[in-house]
Design a protein around this ligand. Sequence first.
Ligand code: SF4
Ligand code: FES
Length: 255
Amino acid sequence: MQTKILLKVNGREVPAMPGARLLDILKNAGYFIPTLCDHPGLLPLGGCRLCMVEVWEKRRNFLVASCLYPVEKPIEVLTESPRVQAARRYLLTLLLARHPQVKAVTDLATRYGVRANARLETEPEECVLCLRCVRACAIVGTNAIGTAWRGREKKVGPPFDEPPEACVGCGACAAVCPTGAIKVEETAEWRRIWGRDFALVRCERCGEAFATEEQLRWAARELPGSILEEKLCPRCRRGTEAALIGRAFGPGGPC
Ligand code: SF4
Ligand code: FES
C-alpha cells in the first residue's frame, strides 16, 4: 500500500496520496478553491487559472494552478495568501468586465471584493471560454464543436457556425457549461441545440421522451451491448435490470 504524504495547508497538516491532484486534496480537506474550467468528469485544462494557490518548497515559493498540480512530496500550501488573492482579484476584474451577467463570475467577484471597472467594459458575453463543452464533446467522441478565431474573437461552437452534422444532440456540452451559455430548447417532441433540431425518442414503457435518435444510434455503435431490445428511459431500464437481478438472485436463483 502507498504511504501517504503530509502537506501543510494554511498551517494545518493534511494527508494525501502521492500523485493526487492538489485541487482535489484541498477541496476534500474542506478548502474553498474557485474554479471555472475544472469539472470532475473532464480532463483538466488549466484554462481559467482561478484555482491558483501558493506553494512553498525548499524555501522557494510559486503560484501553481492546483488543478494541474500532482503532489509528489510534502509541500506547504497557502490557499488565500495575499499573492493568491491578488492574482484572483486580477483575473476576476477581467472576467467581470467581459461577463458581468454570469452568476458564476459575479458570485466569485463578490466573494473577493472585486467591483466592475467601467474602463474595461466590453460587449457582455455569456461564454467564459472554459472549454468544458468542447472537452465533453471530445469525450463523447463526436467532436461536433470546437474553437474558432483567436484572442478577443475566440469563441466556441460548431464549424462555420452551422448546425453541426456530427452532433448527436446529447446535450453533454450544455450539462457541463458553468454559465448557461449553451441554449437547449426542448419540447415533448424535439430538442434544439446548436441550431439543429433532434426528434426525441419515447420510452416504450413509460412514454417519457429520453434521448434523441442520433444518441441511441451513437450508443449502439460506441457502447455495444448497452442498448436493450426495448427503447427504455434510464428509470425503466434500471427497473428492468433490478427485476432481472432479483429473479437471478431471489428464491430459487443462484446464490
Ligand atoms: S459555452 Fe459554456 S462550457 Fe463552453 S466554453 Fe463557453 S462557458 Fe465554457
Ligand atoms: S480550475 Fe484550474 S485553471 Fe481553471
